[in-house]
Ligand binder design. Sequence first.
Ligand code: GLN
Length: 485
Amino acid sequence: MHRKTLADIALGLEKKEFSSVEITTSFFERIKQLDPDINSFITVTDEQALIKAKLADKQRANNTASPLAGVPIAHKDIFCTEGVKTTCGSKMLDNFLSPYNATVIEKCEAAGLVMLGKTNMDEFAMGSSNETSFYGPVHNPHNLNCVPGGSSGGSAAAVAAGFAPAATGTDTGGSIRQPAAFCGITGLKPTYGRISRWGMIAFASSLDQAGPMTQNAEDAALLMNVMAGFDPKDSTSSDKPTEDYTAKLNVSLKGKKIGLPRQFFSQGLDPAIEQSVRDALTVYEKLGATLVDIELPNADLATPAYYVIAPAECSSNLSRFDGVRFGHRCENPANLADLYSRSRGEGFGDEVKRRILVGTYVLSAGFYDAYYLQAQKARRLIKNDYLNAFEQVDFIAGPTAPSTAFSLNNEIEDPVAMYLNDIYTIAVNLAGLPALSIPCGIASKLPVGLQLIGNYFSEADLLNAGHQFQQNTDWHTQLLAQSVR
Ligand code: GLN
């Protein structure tokens, strides 16, 4: 049961091979049995899920069910869920019950998807290893001594371990793609604005974007059909009409040009990863695509620019956690200043504090021009590099991450080493582009991810490129089979 894809489950439910209550219960049994070793869920919502599953079964019996009604899903604990604890991986929100649902949650609920629970994550989505979570680290289902990646590490591990057929994630600098790569699953970071950010706890608002984390590209397309769309509650959401993201699956890649940036295949890349990625690219050549060498001259600016812009936005976004209206409040504050400083001091972990300090510094009068303004200029140069590249090619390809999943406790004391995990993913967020990570090989017994970057709003083409690869290789199923049994 636990390796069925979203498409399999939807079909099985339609054919009445099993009920939603049955399949939902089977996931809870597996979570109960195996998640103590993995720690991918912060909250499990079994009671609520069974009510929803029963309803879906009733709709199936009456033939009034929508296509995904009764199909289980896990949600990253960054999405507000009405009446269900929403922690964002932080002690600050350990007691927070949201009064409303995020738009992504509303859309999933309306599609009849059954929420299994809320997944573990780096605190406020800041991290690349899931080790900054107040709820403890997540263990990679391929090797329990390794990290699952982050910040959507719980979602990636839950899908890889077969605790949920799919999950939602968010990606500010790589947080869908890097954990997808580390856990051997498929993850799509859509174009900025394609999915509403309303009710998604903000980290860096000009970069944050939600997306699907699934066992394959076809399932990601099914979830995009649920999640994408304009939302009047999010002024940065795009009003460009959505499309059927499954419609282009099976379009031939003949004649497509795939750009290989020299900067993505240079020093710092694990040779075994480079080999897997190059092997995967030969599959695309066999499918009729042409590989073209390209340049992204400002690639080196991405990580430094991001680590000015993201902290700047986070310092502003996280000022709302002041111990007054919601979230953690210190005991017996002596006065207002004491309330603020102790509530924040106690509620936030080290990485969040580090980012708030950096962000406050780069925005301060006197330093704003030197850091924040410079970073915004670098951001424009990076975006222009991609715009130029997309005049020549249809997709840009490379590794998702420079290494495979690393050991727990290995990088958490060295913030800069941790930040370098995102060298291939961050520029995509700075430019607002969509990108997909698909499993493409194994190195040191751990999954390797291939990243495909597309032009704005090319999600359907990207998903097709992923699907074509998965129709002609079996990395995606092989890797899930070697994950925790
Ligand atoms: N690892 C990056 C960071 O720590 C990206 C995180 C994310 O995409 N949310 O900021």
